[in-house]
Write a protein of this length. Sequence first.
Length: 629
Amino acid sequence: MVTVVGLPGPQAHADSGPSRFRVPVTADQPQRGPADAPITIVEFADFQCPFCKRVQPTLNELREKYGDRIRIVWRDNPLPFHKEAKLAAQAAREARRQGGDAKFWAMHDTLFDNQRALKRDDLVRYAGYVGLNLKAFGRALDRDRHRGPIERDQELAAKLGARGTPGFFINGRFLSGAQPLARCVEVIEDEIAITDMMLRDAVAPKKLYATLIKGGLEKADKPPAKARKRPDPEAVYKIPVGPAATWGPATAPVTIVEFADFQCPFSMRVQATLRQVRDRYGPKVRLVYRHNALPFHKDARLAAQASEEAHRQGRFWEYHDRLFDNQRALKRDDLARYAEELGLDMRAFHRALDAETHGGRVDADQKLTSSVGASGTPSFFINGRLLRGAQPFDAFVTMIDAELAKAEKKIADGVPRKRLYERIIEKGATAPQLIEGEGEAAAARPAADHVYELELARRAPSKGRRRAPVVIQVFSDFQCPFCQRVRPTLDKLMREHRRDVRLVWRHYPLPFHSEAFKAAEAAHEVFEQKGKKAFWRYHNLLFDNQRSLEREDLERYARRIGGIDMRRFRKALDTDKHRARVLEDMDAVKKAGARIGTPSFFINGRLLQGAQPYEAFEEAVERALKEAK
């Protein structure tokens, strides 16, 4: 991969960036935003897909953030296993035929707001809400009036390699899945920089999009990999309450079984959300705590056993809160101190830990959650339906409200409240339930446990002990705002794990950051001349002055380091002395079979992407340490 700079003419800016696809936009597609917006996002989506619904707030935030600089274009891709999606797509198309884009987006929002009710009668009811001619609406659905355009959208999506939903083309650049806001902003900011240059080169605003995609790919280079199966979001699992600690009445219409780990930062993070759930729903919800003490959290299993002894003595939830409030202090003495503060019978407490009285109970919980494919923490079963991870409050609300409606119907049909949960899960699955389709994850994405065989550079700048058990290879770009953002996190990680972690810098200048490649070469020349300490000082100067990375800036920062032979420095940049070295870093990723953006981190070979919070790094390092022993 090379950086292309200084190409003549406006098309050069379009050609110098990442791969683009030729995704046409015509008057036939619903649109939000002006036609001359510098950013066009073509969304291929499905009204019945939960991931398409989840990404709508992100799109709304982008519209609020960028205003008239962004245009969103809708294309249909109803997936075959969503049996009501195609009729819903026709309903939205008919709304547009009757009332233009305004009616389309009104129907679009209504469909996503009522995603679990997309039968024919529901669609007619929504048409009434939106103010459509109901007779014409019904006739359009009966005659499959809009089937042709929808199927043409599906054919285009398949041709472009966008088989899952949602799929986005941002100025022709493909992003698969319900991407986080930060990732979308990263791409959009790069595109704004490119389109600003095109405008300066006298490209008319209305021609920006056409110019950008003019030389784009008309189809995916190769047929996309077969989509992995993903968990069925509608599956109900048989997860009994058993002897677990509970909060809320046994007659509650919704039971949430939480599998968590007292040492897991994500389990801790979700506790505030669970408090919101309890405050909002009160006696309508019963919360059940079960254990999944992950093996690479060395204090988690003992903490789980201690909590079970607190449960036996009637103080589980108070002890649970102490453990999460003091997550970094879970040694045996810490566990005893919390028990004493709560007034537990300390003799019984120590006897239980010594004899592993509750070890079998903890192990049984872990075996149960693994058997249904929910091995990560935290995981939640809401009336038997799986919700993975530290999800936001809205995700809980959506699922709880849906389950409340189902539960109330069962109660109305005569199911006793005390037997409601058992009746809901009695025919539940006891093994993972999977369906076809990518969902939120791209088919080509490796499993979370994938370990890449990534060669270390022959000589690279590093921090930490050479023989540290954990090696983090950092692939970064001096012009990337997210690489700059993650610096304090890495500094903290090195302070907390100075003996356990070695940080190795690898260059990965993105081609659409026009000054990043030369900055990487300059940093490597400083490293060649003065070693690691000088490199990291220069590294900091580049990130501290990220918007000023022209050639004269690079030379000025080098002089500030002190002791740099400037004649040799300038010659290295003039002759591209370190170009091959930078490309070697970039090629290492390709050889390993990884696809990355910046920043990316290979932690003993496992990939962590983006400017993640500190807890994500801590979790990955703790796991790597455990495995290194």
